[in-house]
Design a protein around this ligand. Structure first.
Ligand code: LLP
Length: 419
């Protein structure tokens, strides 16, 4: 059930009325629901059941410390892509031995730190990277657990910018080269090959490409077993989509995991998954206030106080997210339904949150951009010297400020150069 529903004509986050949150914390504002977050994580965990494996939440989707702490407390593992994400997870109470480290460009110091704290495994994306990990592990007199990220050359059927499993993408090692890769890895003294992984893209609404990838991955696992290289786990990455628009249906998490377990069980393989969006996407909204209305001959613009620096997905991918009035206008002051482009104050034509939405709007109205929990705040910037928004998490009728709004002093504090 959605945590964001209307009660008495007012949008609520769990038991908190959104206008009350705005009075307390201002706009633009990210609002997360603890209940939605935990429920969605729990679906993954329950579907995995006592099958050997880990649900490693992809930190990049939303790396707020409180979000991580809530998930760590619920028992999640984590998929990280940087030393920074590693420290976040550790500070949030995540267990090192449930961390997988993905990414094409891991740095020496990041590898060393991950080895020192004892992560579950490195998802290796190239041979030079494997050699670097081997060298760092050797210096530390440790053995690095690794999994090879293979690229199955499957079209995930999603936006090109978030499609990662094609030959033309920078990620992973082409699956045809994987056998040779594993053979070489077996000769490296400080490498222990434990698994194989792939991640073919994000916001997949159909699991067919994932099933196709799994077939290639399992064929590889079988070939390696014949050569005496026994893998312990298969990591299928993340990628399950959510419903941004009515015609997009989120794949059934339970059905997907059941399918994976069935395929892996006969080979005695553990299962690792790296879901991000499907855990946190529905658990957050972005609230912004209409600053002014600018009606034109061709277009009507609602200029709001949130912008592409706060929520980049529409500008970057042309992503469509629902926009709902926090307090829908009713008679007698409903006004006229008009079509609006919801735009921010940034000096770019690409600065929009939504286009052509039918809404009854007045200045000072609050709008909620739905499904903003994933790839929202984490992709925010300070472009146009805009302090980043505050983030709050509601838990029933309680609200916690989980990141205070940035101030101009925060922004300028790191800069020097005045005489
Ligand atoms: N594992 C790896 C190796 C990944 O690269 C990603 C996402 C995930 C897991 C998590 O995927 P998810 O379950 O969230 O689909 N900023 C884009 C999405 C970028 C996804 C990057 N990788 C967006 O806003 O749509």
């Amino acid at each position: 059930m959605s945590a964001f529903v209307y009660r008495h004509g007012v949008l609520h986050a769990e038991a908190c009325a959104v206008p009350d949150l705005v009075r307390q914390f201002g706009t633009p504002l990210y609002v997360y629901s603890k209940q939605a977050l935990v429920e969605q994580y729990q679906r993954y965990q329950d579907a995995l059941g006592d099958y050997d494996g880990h649900i490693c939440y992809a930190v990049k989707a939303n790396s707020n410390l409180r979000v991580l702490a809530v998930l760590a407390e619920a028992g999640a593992g984590f998929d990280i892509v940087s030393g920074g994400e590693l420290e976040r997870v550790l500070r949030a109470g995540g267990k090192a031995d449930r961390i997988v480290f993905s990414g094409v460009g891991k740095q020496k110091d990041e590898i060393a730190r991950a080895l020192a704290v004892g992560i579950h495994c490195f998802n290796v994306e190239s041979y030079p990277e494997l050699e670097l990990i081997n060298a760092v592990a050797s210096e530390l007199r440790l053995v690095a657990p690794v999994s090879l990220r293979v690229n199955p050359n499957v079209d995930a059927g999603t936006h090109p910018y978030i499609s990662t499993g094609l030959k033309a993408n920078k990620f992973g090692v082409p699956i045809e080269q994987a056998d040779a890769f594993y053979a070489r890895a077996a000769d490296l003294a400080h490498i222990n090959v434990v698994g194989v992984d792939c991640h073919i893209g994000s916001q997949l609404t159909d699991i067919a490409p994932l099933a196709e990838s799994l077939d290639s991955v399992l064929a590889l696992v079988d070939r390696l077993a014949e050569q005496g290289i026994q893998l312990r786990h298969v990591d299928m990455g993340g990628g399950l989509g959510i419903s941004y628009q009515d015609h997009e249906t989120a794949p059934d998490i339970e059905g997907y995991i059941d399918f994976l377990k069935q395929r892996l069980a006969s080979r005695g393989l553990a299962l690792v998954l790296e879901p991000g969006r499907s855990i946190v996407g529905d658990a957050g909204i972005f609230v912004t206030e209409v600053a002014l209305l600018k009606e034109g001959e061709e277009k009507n613009f609602a200029v709001v106080d949130g912008a592409m620096n706060d929520l980049l997905r529409p500008a970057l991918y042309g992503a469509w997210q629902r926009v709902q009035p926090v307090v829908p206008r009713t008679e007698p002051d409903a006004g006229e339904l008009k079509h609006w482009d919801i735009v921010g104050p940034i000096c770019e034509t690409g600065d929009f949150l939504a286009k052509d939405r039918a809404l009854n709007l007045q200045p000072k109205d609050l709008l909620a951009v739905m499904q903003s929990g994933a790839y929202g705040f984490v992709m925010a910037s300070n472009y146009n010297t805009r302090p980043r928004a505050a983030e709050v998490m509601v838990d029933g009728d309680k609200v916690h400020l989980v990141r205070r709004r940035e101030t101009l002093d925060d922004l300028l504090a790191l800069e020097e150069g005045l005489h």
